[in-house]
Design a protein around this ligand. Sequence first.
Ligand SMILES: *Cc1c(COP(=O)(O)O)cnc(C)c1O
Length: 433
Amino acid sequence: MKPAWPLDPKSSECNCAKCDGEKPAGASAPSGMIYMDYNATTPLDRRVLDTMMPYLTDDFGNAASRSHAFGWKAQAAVDQARDEVAKLINAQGKDIVFTSGATESDNLAIKGVAEMYRSKGNHIITCPAEHKAVIDPCKRLATEGFDITWVAPDANGVVQPEAVAAAITDKTVLISIMAVNNETGVINPIAEIGRLAKQRGVIFHTDATQALGKIPLDVEAMGVDLMSLSAHKIYGPKGVGALYVRRSGPRVRLVCQMDGGGHERGLRSGTLNVPGIAGFGAACRIAGDEMTEATERIARLRDRLEEGVMAGLDKVQRNGHPTLRVCGTSNLSFAYVEGESLMMKLANVAVSSGSACTSASLEPSHVLKAMGVGDDLAHSSIRFSLGRFTTEAEVEYVIEQTIKSVRELRQLSPLYEMAQEGVDLSKVAWKGH
Ligand SMILES: *Cc1c(COP(=O)(O)O)cnc(C)c1O
């Protein structure tokens, strides 16, 4: 079966900026699975694979081997990638520490700062809408004597700088606020938070995994001291990421979380994943080159998706700020419909529901909860995330299927029927409650 997201940039279905005009106009329902879960991961861009391939085959050297050409070649690939990653966030190659992904970068940043600055203070500020890779290290630190202030976002999912400022104390050693939320696509005011962190002499970490390649990032202009990045969210390989670590103004010091051969300035020991890192570099270069075009195109598709779905259905709520958001994400709640059921009906469309998809608990999304979305609507939410290879035909198909599926599910819902008849469900005295 042909994948719906061709890896070959010359394929007729490909929709990347490089080969736009080649896709068939107004194609009918695409065959196979449609991928609309780009915030979970992205397919490897063929051009990235081409960059990686030599390091998976002939040029297999260890970048730490200083005594022969195999090592030098690997080292050269890593050096180039370091510069390419750095360039996309206006940093320098030497500020980049390669890791296994954003989860590791978040852990290194948060635990590394906490341990290093323990004598200075034990207070950390973060947000309950963060990724688990930030929340869980903070929770662990809370069991080890740290005080964590969880600054809630507003109803649009935006973390307000004033709320962060109000939480800072003499004991605050770290502020960790994500640049873009993975569930809603909402963009936080990172530069403002960076400014106030600087004023108060507090280290500022941001998980920019969902921002990289989608919005311009500049660690200088944004006053960011630590920035977590991941390759597989920007059409690079899985299992590789980076942590930007500021080296001056202020110099940020970290306690390493992995002891060993002293790679990466001693901050992350372990033989470098040379093919992965080369791929990450290429992915950053391509994302930077194509950002303007790609974000415009993807935002148009996302807007069409929302407009199409809302034209065909009533009682659809968009979660997250209407404009302060990245191009490809649409988080919608379909009242009176269970997100999980809708996902099952949309069998050939890969999306995410607002429930914790990794657990059997069906807890509603912690992100929507933090924004104050009620349990019902949180349970009714679906995240559509579009990207480089999303086509118009796919969007049209998904609109059609979503409308059809929601209508069918609502037909089975007595609550929807009552609401249609004008019953105010909030005033119903439920038996047994
Ligand atoms: C995907 C994601 C992560 C985890 O990244 P990995 O590289 O898979 O460890 C962390 N934070 C955010 C915001 C993400 O979207």
